[in-house]
Design a protein around this ligand. Sequence first.
Ligand code: OAD
Length: 251
Amino acid sequence: MALDFTEHFIKHLKNADRIMFFTGAGISAESGIPTFRGKDGIWNKLKPEELANFEAFMRNPDMVWEWYQYRRKIVNDAKPNKGHLAIAEMENLFSEVTVVTQNVDNLHNRAGSSKVYELHGNIERNYCVDCKTFYSDKDWDYNKAPHCVNCGGLIRPDVVWFGEFLPEDQFMGGEKAASLCDICFVVGTSAVVYPAAYIPLTAKQSGALIVEVNIEHTELSRQADYTFLGQSGDVLPEIVKKLKELKKNDF
Ligand code: OAD
């Protein structure tokens, strides 16, 4: 895929020190992990209020646990794709690269990105709803909601459910990166879920160039300086390739 880079875009790429990526389910689509919205989206077939909700979990913990076990298996079997790997590689090309993700699949960490803020938690972690002891999912390979070895409380996945607060340190870290970055890449997200979707708006208000990568236009497209339409696994490696060419020509 050959992208049409304008001189203006190239100038920004060359001059940027700090960049950030705000990512959503679309970046993991090419790893075989379903997105939430759109034609084959999870929320088209299943009801979030029955699965991604604390009351639903307390009402029917085994059903919710089983659904998360099913998703964990998909995530566990998946591998980071060319998009995740391109983002990790950007660390060789800029002084600071921050990833702020809405995804719970851990694929940015597995791809090698070193600074990742997880706004919606991480499906590989669990914690006790009563005493907050944390557990890794490796300890729980059965289909019923387990109980805490310390206090007997129910153990839930460490993901943000509807109506819950985002982890404050992760959100604040993301907001700070947004306010300091030169370029904010918004990749594979419909950008409709708040407060997460405030992050690229903070970047915009702070003067960053907003570059969207998506297979289609979104709510954010009007705010973006550039929208590259295509799969992130195709577009992001092209940007890395361009950056390497620019770097070579500098010497
Ligand atoms: P969505 O499912 O809402 O949006 C996925 C986006 O990815 C869409 O805009 C697609 O067009 C785009 N897309 C799909 N495949 C792509 C590809 N290969 N390359 C680039 N773009 C692609 O997912 P999110 O925006 O992540 O929240 O959803 C936000 C939040 O809503 C999720 O974190 C989750 C969900 O409810 C919680 O679980 C709290």
